[in-house]
Design a protein around this ligand. Structure first.
Ligand SMILES: Cc1cc2nc3c(=O)[nH]c(=O)nc-3n(C[C@H](O)[C@H](O)[C@H](O)COP(=O)(O)OP(=O)(O)OC[C@H]3O[C@@H](n4cnc5c(N)ncnc54)[C@H](O)[C@@H]3O)c2cc1C
Length: 438
């Protein structure tokens, strides 16, 4: 853990681009497992201030809502948060897009969109994560037909290393390289996202889906609904969240013995033993997309950082073998685990996306906050997954050797070229990019 010194806020009229955040909690990431190495954290209140700041700062990186567990956002230079930019939410109904300020959180966006009759195609598990930060690391929800959240990006407004504000649109050369950027190409000021007409979802939970059944009927399980998540502690407790779009079949009734599991008789929390009061409504009650696709309600911050997370995105053709390889480590995993979640993500064409070129299954681990206990178990899981070409989630914890990570991204050389064009002097560089991008 490094400690940093944050300057006092500078008077805005004398030095407008140097508005600094000075809240002590901002020095660490959400989980508290990382203290940023930055000397300053800036929070400009206009795009012009942001441009000016970027142009005159030798080494700077964008910081989102600080939810990454890895050091992807870290720097020994300066950090800039775009959360203070004016909160734009502009729907273009004809184009079916919404343009939003990059620092906006999904929760704020979702409710505003829904009020206007629109929806996003999917959401991650937490509504407090910023749009730009989620997009930059290919954050995803679940669903065989659902690409990750970055696949909804139709355009970006980005402040490049020279301070120029550039607009990139889907279909332009290199756009697919610029979306999942790990913050390497510049500071995103606004994001344009595809929207779809608002829809309702009904979710039900099943208790006691057998781990053997998960392995035997993997594809059937994940094809059963718009979004399916299977939670397990690898020791026998397995619960499945099955989320149906109401327009997929209004007459849908849950099978009480789906896949040999039991329909839950009351609301459940994904973590066994935890109360379900903060979970989104279950038991098949229809409700808006933003209040069913995440497992937790908008107004709730689960477990306030008392956890660590890792996730490996495995190509679908290896899903069952990879699942079996991890299941063999149950005795090692369960003691340091809170819960694991299995999700699926559709293939995309975004160069640094963990689902680039292939549909994947996400094998996710919410660990107890015990770094020393978790580290060796994580290394064992990574060894077990080596034959399956698993890509670690950029924003979560992993110890895979950098050269192995690089090999798993076929467009990495193209991304390096793009980085050279956008940021020739490495203004946005950090140790994470040095290791995994080069
Ligand atoms: C409780 C919890 C639940 C989670 N659930 C999920 C989940 O369901 N699915 C999933 O896939 N992941 C999940 N994650 C991981 C999380 O979505 C990613 O780590 C995400 O990148 C965090 O976004 P952030 O806004 O906090 O960005 P940060 O962690 O602050 O930064 C992440 C990256 O984004 C870049 N960045 C941020 N803002 C900008 C900008 N304006 N311009 C350019 N680059 C920028 C940073 O430089 C950095 O490289 C979860 C994390 C937590 C803590």
């Amino acid at each position: 853990m490094r400690s940093i010194l944050l300057d006092r806020p500078a008077p805005r009229r004398r030095d407008p681009g140097r508005t600094l955040l000075a809240v002590s909690a901002e020095r660490t990431n959400w989980a508290g497992n990382l203290t940023y190495g930055a000397t300053r954290i800036h929070a400009p209140s206009s795009v012009e201030e942001l441009q000016d700041l970027v142009a005159r700062t030798r080494r700077i990186r964008a910081l989102g809502s600080r939810h990454s567990f890895s050091d992807v956002a870290d720097t020994t230079g300066e950090l800039v948060s775009v959360a203070g930019l004016p909160p734009r939410i502009e729907v273009d109904a004809a184009a079916r897009t919404v343009t939003v300020a990059a620092g906006l959180r999904y929760g704020d966006l979702a409710e505003a969109l829904h009020r206007q009759g629109w929806a996003l195609h999917n959401l991650g598990s937490l509504p407090h994560i910023s749009v730009a930060g989620a997009v930059a690391t290919a954050t995803h929800g679940s669903g065989d037909g659902n690409g990750n959240l970055a696949t909804a990006v139709a355009g970006l407004q980005l402040v490049r290393a020279d301070g120029e504000l550039v607009t990139l649109r889907r279909g332009e050369p290199d756009f697919a390289g610029a979306v999942v950027s790990l913050g390497a190409l510049g500071v995103v000021a606004a994001v344009t996202l595809d929207v779809v007409p608002a829809f309702d979802v009904r979710q039900v939970v099943y208790d006691d889906l057998a781990l053997d059944t998960v392995a035997e009927r993997f594809d059937e399980i994940f094809a059963a609904a718009y979004s399916v998540s299977v939670f397990t502690d690898w020791a026998g407790t397995t619960r499945s969240w099955v989320k149906h779009r109401v327009d997929d079949g209004d007459d849908w009734t849950p099978d009480p013995a789906w896949m040999g599991a039991r329909l839950a008789d009351g609301p459940r929390n994904p973590v066994p033993g935890m109360p379900a009061v903060n979970c989104t409504e279950q038991l098949g009650v229809p409700g808006p997309w933003y209040d069913r696709l995440p497992h937790f309600r908008l107004g709730f911050t689960p477990s306030s950082g008392e956890e660590l997370q890792s996730e490996f995105l495995v190509p679908r053709e290896h899903a069952v073998e990879a699942f079996g390889a991890v299941a063999k480590l149950a005795d090692r995993i369960t003691p340091v685990l809170q819960i694991s979640e299995l999700r699926t993500v559709a293939a995309d064409d975004l160069w640094l996306s963990s689902s680039y070129g292939r549909g994947v299954v996400g094998l996710h681990f919410t660990w107890k906050k015990d770094s020393d206990g978790v580290r060796p178990v994580l290394a064992e899981i990574e060894r077990a997954l080596t034959p399956y070409d698993a890509r670690p989630h950029w924003g979560k914890l992993f110890t895979v050797a950098p050269e192995q990570v690089r090999e798993r991204y076929p467009r990495l050389a193209d991304f390096r070229r793009l980085r050279g064009e956008y940021d020739p002097d490495g203004r946005f560089g950090n140790a994470f990019l040095d290791r995994f991008v080069g």
